[in-house]
Ligand binder design. Structure first.
Ligand code: GLY
Ligand code: MN
Ligand code: MN
Length: 441
């Protein structure tokens, strides 16, 4: 068996165990999404569905029935169809699902209304991704009701509806060796794209040209998708947190903020680098940039097993607030400023998020209302920033319109952490050296 198939089998085994005998779990695939006219968005499988099945088609439902004699893992999917094969490529079909994806039994998706209620009979708990696909939730309610209507025949319907998130998302939060390998590859591809962006960026280029170069780099390295739309913001556009317009010209003397990451075999990377369009930081840019970098180092330092989720954020805020006072942007005592969140006009987002199959990956950040402790195998981003809005009248004009974020992907290891994206330069001297070399050649 391929390493990958073993991995899916291992996950299913664990999931089946956690669902437990007498219960059932049902998870639907993603659907094709209409864009306009006869055009659809490229298909992206639902991460929970893929995590357990490796099956990459729409119109499918996987069912887990622990302890079922005739098979515990079932799929409903599209039958093999010559016309589909001719127009968009072959689908697995029922036979393919059994052979290639190790399902115990496969049924046509068109028969699900007839078959699924029978599987729900006499089960205690029904696990499903509650709320994620409301239309499918409704179907499950309808099927359950059909079973309930037969109660006089001595048949019972699941009495408890439970979100599968608690089980699946805890599993997804801790990455296996195989997943880490995929995430390292995603990181490597994105690092190269960021390096190339630094090397090829010139004043008078447009943001969309840099964006195109990044996409070109991802795709020529074999990554078929971005993990999210790239943010390519020159000058004050770097102060717009989710700027994706990417249409403006890049001016000599401005910074460029690029937040871009590829998806590799369903795993995301998420990198931000900020660098001068002309290759050399000016004094103000240098001061603010070094402050964000120091905050990022302090935050990364906090990533180790046993530290709580919020420790990196707290470290970043400490460094940023102190630095803003030193630069005269904030005035007052650091502890008071932190308590009053005085940094918020300039640093308004959190320092990171879980990273995995989804760029903002699943997993609880708090357990029993307490920040959870970091554990080996978790992957998170560390991404402090500073954004001095162009209209920040309270701030000396020399700082206005500067937006900086530095973001890396960090794996929690037994001993501490590993930065998966550290080959993308972020020290001022390293950025200037890489950009200088590219301009000289
Ligand atoms: N690229 C999305 C984020 O940094 O959270
Ligand atoms: Mn991020
Ligand atoms: Mn990002």
């Amino acid at each position: 068996m391929l390493e990958e198939q073993k991995e899916f089998a291992r996950r299913r085994k664990q999931f089946l165990q956690m669902v437990g005998a007498g219960n059932i779990a049902v998870i639907a695939s993603a659907s094709m999404v209409h864009r306009n006219g006869d055009v659809e968005y490229p298909f992206r499988q639902n991460s929970d569905f893929y995590y357990l099945s490796g099956f990459d088609e729409p119109e499918a439902v996987i069912v887990f029935v622990p302890g079922r004699e005739n098979g515990e893992y079932l799929i409903f999917c599209r039958e093999f169809d010559e016309q589909t094969a001719l127009w968009v490529g072959a689908n697995a079909g029922l036979e393919g699902a059994v052979k290639q994806y190790a399902v115990d039994d496969a049924f046509p998706i068109d028969d699900i209304d007839d078959i699924l209620p029978g599987l729900l009979e006499n089960k205690n708990r029904l696990y499903f991704p509650m709320g994620a696909q409301p239309e499918f939730d409704q179907k499950l309610m309808d099927w359950s009701q059909q079973v309930r209507n037969r109660s006089r025949a001595g048949i019972s319907a699941p009495a408890e509806f439970i979100s599968s998130d608690h089980i699946l998302h805890e599993m997804r939060l801790i990455k296996s060796a195989h997943e880490i390998k995929l995430m390292k590859k995603a990181a490597k591809i994105s690092v190269k794209a960021h390096r190339q962006a630094m090397q090829t960026c010139r004043p008078t280029m447009y943001e969309y040209q840099v964006d195109a170069n990044i996409k070109h780099s991802f795709m020529t390295q074999g990554a078929q998708h971005e993990a999210y739309p790239a943010i390519v913001g020159g000058g004050k556009n770097g102060c717009v947190l989710h700027y994706i317009d990417n249409k403006a010209v890049l001016n000599d003397g401005d910074l460029l903020l690029i937040d871009a990451g590829c998806e590799w075999q369903k795993y995301a990377s998420d990198i931000t680098r900020t660098f001068p369009v002309n290759g050399v930081f000016n004094e103000e840019q240098k001061a603010l940039y070094q402050l964000v970098l120091d905050a990022q180092y302090a935050a990364i330092e906090q990533v180790k097993p046993g530290h709580h989720w919020n420790a990196p954020h707290e470290a970043a805020i400490q460094v940023l607030t102190k630095g803003l006072v030193k630069l005269g942007i904030l005035k007052g005592r650091v502890p008071t400023l932190i308590k009053n969140e005085a940094y918020k006009p300039y640093y308004m987002h959190r320092t990171g998020h879980w990273l995995g199959m989804d760029v903002h990956d699943v997993g609880d950040y708090k357990l029993d209302n307490q920040w959870r402790l970091l554990e080996p195998g978790m992957v998170l981003t560390v991404e402090p920033g500073l954004y001095i809005q162009p209209n920040a009248k309270e701030v000396d004009i020399k700082w206005r319109g500067i937006g900086i974020r530095i973001e890396d992907d960090v794996l929690v290891t037994k001993k501490g952490h590993e930065v998966l994206t550290d080959r993308a330069p972020k020290e001022i001297k390293d950025i200037e050296a890489l950009m200088g070399e590219a301009r000289a050649s």
